[in-house]
Ligand binder design. Structure first.
Ligand code: ATP
Length: 197
């Protein structure tokens, strides 16, 4: 099987995340994508984080009608920072004969060489990266070439939905309309749990 591993804070999960998963799944003929919300991000500040349980649940709701998308509690169930190398090692063991692709947006690939043990990650998984803005694809290709000596980096052409969780958190504070950016079940969950207000 060809399996996509998709890590992030998903705070909250939005349609830009799902569009990335859909594009890579289609373009690289993946059988499924596993969304893996982190416990504690090694790279992002935790001020605006809602609990790992809430972020995991929102991912589950967003993927509920999608048999090709799974949600894993591997990182949220671990103590301490969620370093991707441990996640890559875990899934490599779980799927020893399958082809693994780590999905990410351009912001992540451009800083990938700062990730803890990034060369080891590249020994375990391929990377599939897409643009987040529609304007950074040549920079992305350049970075992919530079990292290419350590592993297989694929730049997948993508029409991005230009949105971020940060923007969505601001919109929630300002009572903005969320339905174009979030799955309706996620909107209802955020309202019910009074998140991000
Ligand atoms: P925040 O605004 O809180 O930093 P985010 O919107 O960047 O969050 P993350 O959960 O940190 O979302 O992202 C998880 C992964 O999804 C990363 O690899 C990121 O590059 C990618 N991603 C997020 N939003 C988009 C988008 N709109 N288009 C393409 N990729 C995206």
């Amino acid at each position: 099987m060809r399996i996509g591993l998709f890590g992030g804070s998903f705070n909250p999960v939005h349609k830009g995340h799902m569009a990335l998963a859909d594009t890579v799944m289609k373009e690289l003929s993946l059988d499924r994508v596993i969304i893996i919300p982190n416990g504690e991000s090694p790279y992002k500040s935790s001020d605006s984080y809602v609990s790992a349980g809430d972020r995991l649940e929102m991912c589950r709701l967003a993927a509920e009608d999608r048999p090709d998308i799974e949600v894993s509690g591997f990182e949220t169930g671990r103590q301490g920072k969620s370093y991707s190398i441990f996640t890559a090692e875990h899934f490599r063991k779980e799927y020893p004969r399958d082809e693994l692709f780590w999905l990410m947006g351009s912001d992540m690939l451009l800083y990938f060489d700062k990730w803890f043990r990034y060369r080891d990650i590249l020994k375990l998984v391929n990377i599939a990266a897409v643009t987040r803005t529609g304007e950074d694809e040549s920079q992305l290709v350049h970075t992919a070439e530079a990292l290419g000596k350590y592993g297989n980096i694929i730049v997948v052409h993508h029409q991005p939905l230009v949105i971020s969780s940060t923007e969505i958190r601001k919109m929630i504070k300002n009572n903005g309309e969320l339905s174009c950016y979030l799955n309706e079940k996620v909107v209802q969950y955020i309202k019910m749990r009074k998140l991000y207000i």
